[in-house]
Every structure is written in C-alpha cells, then in structure tokens.
Design a protein around this ligand. Sequence first.
Ligand code: ADP
Ligand code: MG
Length: 620
Amino acid sequence: MLKKIKILPDNIANKIAAGEVVQRPESVVKELLENSIDAEAKNIELFVRRAGKVLIQVVDDGTGMNKEDALICLERHATSKIDTFDDLNRLQTYGFRGEALSSIAAVSIFELKTERKEDEIGTLIRIAEDGQIKLEKGSFAKGTSIAVKNLFFNTPARRHFLKSNATELKHIIETFKKIALCNSKIHFKMWNDDDLIFDFDSGEFEDRMKAIFADNILDAVIEVKEITDYISVKGFVAKPTFVMNNKGVQYLYINNRYVISRTVNHAVFSAYENILAKGDYPFFVLMLTIDPKKIDVNVHPAKLEVKFDDEKDIYSFIRAVVKKSLGHYDHVPSMTFDTSVENKERLRFNSFNKTGKNDFSDRPNLNNVHGNFDRKSVFSEDEIDLLFGSMNKEIKSTSSPSNLTHPFDGNYSKEVYHSTMSTEETTHKGSNSSFIVLLHNKYILSQIKSGLMIIDQHVAHERILYEKALKSMSSNMPFSQQLLFSQKVHVDPADYELLKELENHLNNLGFEIKFLNKNTIVINGVPPDVKVGLEVNTLLDILNEYRKNQRQKGLDVKDNIAKSYSCKAAIKAGDKISEHEMRLLVDQLFATSMPYVCPHGRPIVIKIPLEELDKRFGRT
Ligand code: ADP
Ligand code: MG
C-alpha cells in the first residue's frame, strides 16, 4: 500500500508559512525593520517602490552577518535570538521565531548583502525566481541590506488580493512610524519611489513625537509617568481640548513592542470619564514596561496582541495613572498676545497618511477653539506655575483678603466693579472682596495668583449642570421643583413618542410629566435649575438637542440627556448675572470633576499670566 503522508519539501512549507507571517508589503517592512533594530543598527533606511509591490529594501548599519549566518538565516526556524524556551521570558528583541526571512524569501525575489565590522569581505546571497540560491563575495557597506522584489510573484492569489498602492503605502507608513516612534535613538529614513518622505533624526522620545505628529504636539498632550517595581508606564495622553474622534491614533507599546490591547485602551478611555463626550477617543502614546514573564507575546506571528497575566491589575494601574495625570494637570489654556508666534500655534499634524485623518483640525472642538482665539492667542502651557488647586482656594477664599491685592483702587474701578453688584451685595464687599467682574454679560473675570482668569459663564454653568444631571439620573433621587401652575402642552407626535421613551430618565432628572391622550402632556415639575417661565421651552429644546446628539455614535442615552439638558438649561452668553451668582458659579465650577472643559470639549477657563501683561506694558 502506498504511503499517504509525507513531509513537505522546504520550498512548499515556506510558502505556506509565509501566509502567516507575510500578509502584505507592510508585514515585510515590519519584519525587516525589526531585524535591523535587533541587530543594533543606528541608521536604518527603508526604500519602497510601487507601495512595496515592486521593491522593499531595508539598509542598516547593524552587526551584519558572516557567511555561515547569512546562509542559515534563510532557513525556517533559524534565529540567533533565543536558545531555549526559557529565553522567551527574558526577551529583549523583536524577533524570536526565526520565520520571517525564510517566509519572505519564499514569496519574493530576495537579495541579502551583509558585512560585519570585523570582516574584510562581505556576503551576497540572491534567490532567483526559480529558487536557485547564488552566493557571492564582495566588499559592501558595513551592516545589512535586504531587498525584497516582486512580492508574491509566485503566489498570484496573494498578489491579487493586495489593495491599491495608496492603501498599501498607507499601511507601510503607519508601521514605519509605529516602529520609529519607540526607537528615537535610531535615525530612520524612508524613501518612496525616489522621494525622501521621512527623515527622523536620532534624539529623545519627545523629538520623535514632534517629528512624527506635529511640531507642537507637546502642547496638546499631558505627560504620564509612573514607575513601580512591577510595571512602569510613560508617555503622553491628549489634553481634553485636543481629543480626536478617531480610534486609529492610540499608540501602545509594551516593552518597546507596538501592541493592541483593549484592556489598556479601555482603561485610558475610562480615565477621561465625564471629561470627554462619549464616542471621542483620546490620542495617546504610552510605553509600558513589564516583566516579560507576566505577558505572553507569543500569541500570533504578527505579535500584535498581548495577553497579560493580571488583566485587572493592569487595568486599574493604567486608569489610575492617567486619571492622576489628568487631575494634576493645569488644563487652563494660557493666553498670550504675542502675534509673532501665532502661526506656530496651529496644531497641524504632520501628514500621517493621505487621508489627513490625523490632523487635529478635523475635530469640531478644536475648530471652536480656533474660531474664538485663533488670531490672538497662544495655548502654550510652558509655565505651569500654579496647579489649579491653589487657584481654586484663592477664589474661594473670603476670609484672608490680605493676600488678595485689589487690582483697581481708584474711583473709576469701583464704578466698574459696582456696576455688576446689587446694593445688598455691596455691603458684603468688605468680607468677600476678591476681584470678580462680568464682561459683556458673557465672561467672568477674576484675579488669580498668577494673573487673570477668564471664565465663560455659559460653558461653566453647562459643566455644573451636566455633572448634576448625571448624578441625579444615576442616584434615582430626583430633585424636582413643583410648578405652581401645571403646564398643559400640545406636542407633535414625534416629540410625544420621544418623551415617552425618555420618561424614566427625565423623571430621574427632575421633570414630572404626565402623558394625556392625543399628544398632550402636562408638566408638573422641573429640575430646580430650569428657569421660571421657560419650563416648556427648555423641555422642547432638550428634545431637539437630544435628537441632534443622536447622530453622534456611541453616545448613550443618559449622557445625551445630561448634555442636552445642561446645554439648554444653562445661563446663556448675554444673560446678566449678579456678583453673588458669579461667585456661586465659580465655586460650583471648581467643585466639579473637570472644571476646565465643557461636556463638548470647549475650554471653560483661560488665564492671562501676569508676566504676559508685564510684557505688554514693557515692564520686563
Ligand atoms: P528572528 O528575527 O525571529 O530571529 P528572522 O527570520 O527575522 O528571525 O531572522 C533570522 C536571523 O537572521 C536573525 O535571528 C538574525 O540573526 C539574522 N538577521 C536578520 N536580519 C538581520 C540584520 N538586518 N542584521 C543582522 N542579522 C540579521
Ligand atoms: Mg525577525
């Protein structure tokens, strides 16, 4: 009887294995770059033609290989990086499977040139279309150059499934940047066809961030750093005002390897709880260092997914660290008037891919910010001279006027000051004398230690009401202001339906609504913050806003109601408020979890540092 089982010849086995390791040109780029880094290269150049379909070449100045190694590295499971299974627990290199080069060579026309520093002569290996290996000697540059031509020429099905050049190139660029980002000490260049498209000089991690994202990226992010015996994290997370609605811009590295972890992503997002609109995802770059014993990178040849031994601990750790960084951070944009730097301050993402998705200007929030201050303001946070905590105290302080110098002492100023105060409040002025004034019924100006603080009254109130609403809806203990005269309202059928749908939540928020027949409702009570006389309008406004917000993906019902309510019930720009109300507003604002950004991501507070004023008045 004929034997049915046989061992596959190497060339077929390699071709099959290649399917696992090499999915597209980008996979080749990743494997070659990682090999160069493992070989301790200081300079690495990537050349790509026709999105890698015609040529992918990586040239490095690393250790190189001698002739024997050069020959064996093309064999399957040939690796210099581990000897025993235990070595996996001490892994310091990207590679360890010894599968990449054999796989790549099986599906391309392959050329390897390599020469070690200590050798006079180098090695050239060519694998031709027919699989014939040609070995030559020669004098080459120190290091290794690997050229991969006509990828998938012998696996037409694979080649057929490649995407357009634009798409494949985009993948290559993303991988190139992911790898370059976490290896800032290495000088990387990338050539596309004949153009040098990236040139990342070696430097610090921060320099690489700038080169890859934007020159002023550091103005848009908050540093995260926590080192423990067990796990360490460092990196940057977006300031709440610079959040992109884009899931593609989270960079997580574990032990310097780019990975995807839903655990970590979720931990970061949850740290932004109540700060971000649901559906917004903060940009972040985080580098985790953890004992290799505690993780398993050997999950897939692409090595993207990581498993942690202690998912829960990692989750709480990341969440706590990010929360702390967000909390410690002075979120208040500083405003300066130096017009000479205005252009620098537009946060413009370096083109990351042709779709331009990663440009911060995409975000509606940022546009808002720009719309308001573009021409005159600089949002640089270079001097975080005071943590907002101290500022907070100062505002609240009513008993120690000694350290609060009144900015205007002349009669003129008193006039300005008094004009916003009712007479009865004036009598309290002695004891409650920190400077506070309303500008154009829109902005509250107040003195702080480092200068002047400006608060947008509408968004401040919005933040306060938003958090109140969320609390009230989750506690099921609504406060409701009973109306003296119940209001009977005819609503259109669509509103009637929506009201019914949201009835429970609206009740918890403080609305007491009775549903009569024929699209008629009766309002018996409203949340205490709804203005007298505007009960009906406010309720209908909330419905409209709710519908508008529904278009936003991922927004849950409660959050939407809280947002709609806070937006519609808050005092408006143009509403005149008393000094007492101003102080109340400021106090309540700083009692919220995030006083600096409104639920939509717009800034609530900005400050003008005293130094800036001094500079303008020539006092420097
Ligand atoms: P792995 O990286 O998993 O070890 P590879 O197939 O990618 O497997 O590479 C096989 C071996 O070839 C490596 O272990 C290394 O010794 C050698 N090698 C590959 N690329 C380079 C390079 N650029 N410089 C020096 N040695 C290299
Ligand atoms: Mg490798």
